[in-house]
Design a binder for this molecule. Structure first.
Ligand code: C5P
Length: 236
């Protein structure tokens, strides 16, 4: 696995997802399946998209007691997803249990990454609701180091944090970054955004792109542009 663009398939049904993905004949995109689609369709959507040749990031952000997460991860490992994730807030023990559950008898496993702090949590809600009274950046970096200590492969973070995470956790520790917009795009509800080319410069390993591709008049062209900007710096 190397640098790649992951399309966030934030659709409500399998049919919508298939209709969207059937346009991509040149290259089967790496796709992210989130909670909405997984809750609607269950594991069958994962099996079918794998059968159609897509790599899958299953974005379920698990957070529970270690034993429950371990068992759920064993199921996801059997589904042959390529990347899945947990909340680093579940503790180092929970993340270690997740790795155990994911690891197949032959020693192989999907990549596992951690969510540090959701971008919907700001400093104020972190302090008042969660009683975490240190700067957000410190929390994010502490959680990233915990994920590394637990044996995880990387974190979901803002492309603006990729460099810092690599400096603290090593260049091999993956940064998977949403919050991507083309230079001329509306930001929508994303506040801190980067272009695919800037995310490449910042060292992101994977970019997760939703609406700039899914809501485009020509999603295939938008995807190929994203791929070119991210993998070649837009030089081709
Ligand atoms: O449409 P857009 O490009 O904003 O989609 C980004 C995708 O990444 C969505 O599926 C969103 O839920 C997800 N995401 C995010 N920010 C995070 C974590 C996940 O935007 N911190």
């Amino acid at each position: 696995m190397g640098k790649d663009v992951i399309i966030a398939c934030d659709f409500a049904s399998a049919n919508e997802t298939f209709a969207f993905l059937e346009r991509f004949t040149e290259k089967k995109p790496f796709v992210k399946i989130g909670l909405e689609l997984f809750c609607a369709e269950g594991p069958s959507i994962v099996r079918e998209l794998k059968r159609r040749g897509h790599k899958i990031f299953l974005d379920l952000k698990l957070h529970d007691i270690p034993n429950t997460v371990k068992k759920a991860m064993a199921v996801l490992s059997g589904l042959d997803v390529d990347i899945c994730n947990v909340h680093a807030a579940g503790t180092v023990n929970m993340m270690r249990a997740a790795i155990e559950g994911l690891t197949r008898p032959d020693g192989t496993r999907p990549l596992l990454i951690a969510v540090t702090q959701l971008t919907s949590t700001d400093q104020e809600s972190m302090e008042n609701d969660l009683l975490i009274k240190v700067p957000m950046q410190e929390v994010v970096m502490h959680y990233a180091r915990n994920a590394l200590a637990a044996g995880l492969d990387g974190v979901v973070c803002s492309p603006l944090e990729s460099e810092r995470v690599h400096a603290a956790c090593g260049s091999g520790f993956l940064t998977v970054t949403p919050g991507i917009r083309f230079a001329e795009n509306e930001k929508g509800d994303q506040r801190r955004v980067m272009t695919p080319a800037a995310a490449r410069e910042a060292g992101s390993d994977y970019i997760v792109v939703g609406r700039p591709i899914t809501a485009s008049a020509d999603p295939v062209a938008a995807y190929l542009r994203c791929l070119d900007e991210f993998t070649n710096g837009g030089k081709e």
